[in-house]
Design a binder for this molecule. Structure first.
Ligand SMILES: Cc1cc2nc3c(=O)[nH]c(=O)nc-3n(C[C@H](O)[C@H](O)[C@H](O)COP(=O)(O)OP(=O)(O)OC[C@H]3O[C@@H](n4cnc5c(N)ncnc54)[C@H](O)[C@@H]3O)c2cc1C
Length: 312
């Protein structure tokens, strides 16, 4: 059998795309490849009416809602995709093949975390965060830290450093060595509650309430949270197989901002893989992809005479 719409990726964007397409009377399938990006986060923040809800609860409820629409779920990774508009096939890790007329790629991104200091990866999402918008208000007025490898005083970093001060009463800027700055520059920042650490951050320990930072010179500091600038690699393997254009700078899948269709007709992309870095943005782009995949099917299904009249 062939589905109208196959969504690959069952995170926020994918499940929203599935909901919109299913509500558009499409026969929809979703490939659920694993946990969402924020699975280790402390709740989903910035989502009206569900602010702080657990990601597992939100996505479980979303899947339950989709069952009402007859959406079919496949567990596992989609490994290969091929085909053209109207006739796509995805091969899953299980060996199954799923066919659909439209494809929506909602495969998210991989966060690239620094390997050091020790404890950073283990405490990711719990004490170590990438985004103060996602987790900053919760630790407001606490002592906060940022770990930025190679950090040095300069005009390009100041706004970023001061940004953490919007949340914390004090901010420690840590690095993999002493943060480079003159004494005058350090003193000037300290007047604003920003301390540049003079020794490399070696180890982050969970204290139960926050994190204890251990430095190479033997000193330590307790903080409510630590931020690190994680790089992100969009999961674009399937998009490449289909020949979708990617943004050269960010690696995201390029989409038409009005429809979320990619450069390959019939293939849509939504969520972080197409740009954005927040659940609400993933919901928005997922809804657009689902809705425009449905509209495209509708247009294609019109009797030829009706289509011709419309064009005239
Ligand atoms: C620690 C942390 C905390 C965060 N907290 C917040 C927050 O509080 N508020 C907020 O707005 N944002 C937050 N974010 C950002 C948020 O997680 C993302 O913006 C959001 O998950 C993007 O949704 P998405 O659907 O694009 O991707 P995801 O939710 O990551 O979903 C993508 C899905 O696709 C699956 N997949 C990938 N490849 C395949 C494949 N080949 N086959 C099948 N499935 C595949 C993945 O397993 C995953 O389930 C946080 C991020 C992190 C890392």
């Amino acid at each position: 059998m062939s589905y109208d719409v196959l969504v690959i990726g069952g995170g926020y964007a994918g499940l929203t795309a599935a909901l919109y397409a299913a509500r558009g009377m499409c026969l929809v399938a979703v490939v659920l490849g694993g946990p969402p990006r924020n699975a280790r986060g402390q709740g989903v923040h910035g989502l009206i009416s569900r602010d702080g809800a657990s990601s597992a609860d939100l996505l479980t409820q979303a899947r339950e809602e989709l069952c009402r629409y007859g959406v079919k779920f496949f567990d596992g990774q989609a490994e290969t995709v091929w085909g053209t508009n109207g006739d796509f096939t995805a091969a899953l890790g299980s060996g199954e093949e799923v066919k659909a007329r439209k494809l929506i790629l909602a495969t998210g991104v991989q966060d690239q975390l620094p390997e050091r200091p020790e404890g950073l990866r283990e405490l990711w999402g719990k004490r170590v965060h990438h985004c103060a918008h996602c987790y900053g208000w919760e630790v407001r007025d606490g002592v906060l830290a940022a770990y930025l490898p190679g950090a040095a005083y300069g005009p390009e970093v100041l706004s970023n450093w001061f940004y953490y001060r919007r949340y914390g009463r004090e901010v420690l800027i840590c690095s993999d060595g002493p943060v480079q700055a003159t004494d005058a520059e350090r003193a000037r920042l300290e007047e604003h509650g920003i301390t540049l650490c003079q020794s490399a951050l070696m180890h982050i320990e969970d204290t139960g309430e926050g994190a204890r930072l251990h430095f190479a010179d033997g000193s330590s500091a307790d903080v409510a949270a630590l931020y690190t600038g994680s790089g992100r690699t969009p999961n674009t393997e399937l998009a490449r197989q289909l020949g979708c254009e990617l943004n050269e700078q960010t690696g995201n899948i390029k989409v038409d901002p009005g429809t979320n269709e990619t450069s390959v007709p019939g293939v849509y992309a939504a969520g972080d893989v197409a740009g954005g870095n927040q659940v609400a943005l993933a919901l928005a782009s997922g809804s657009r992809a689902g809705m425009f995949a449905d509209f495209a099917l509708h247009e294609e299904e019109l009797p030829e005479w009706a289509r011709e009249m419309q064009v005239k």
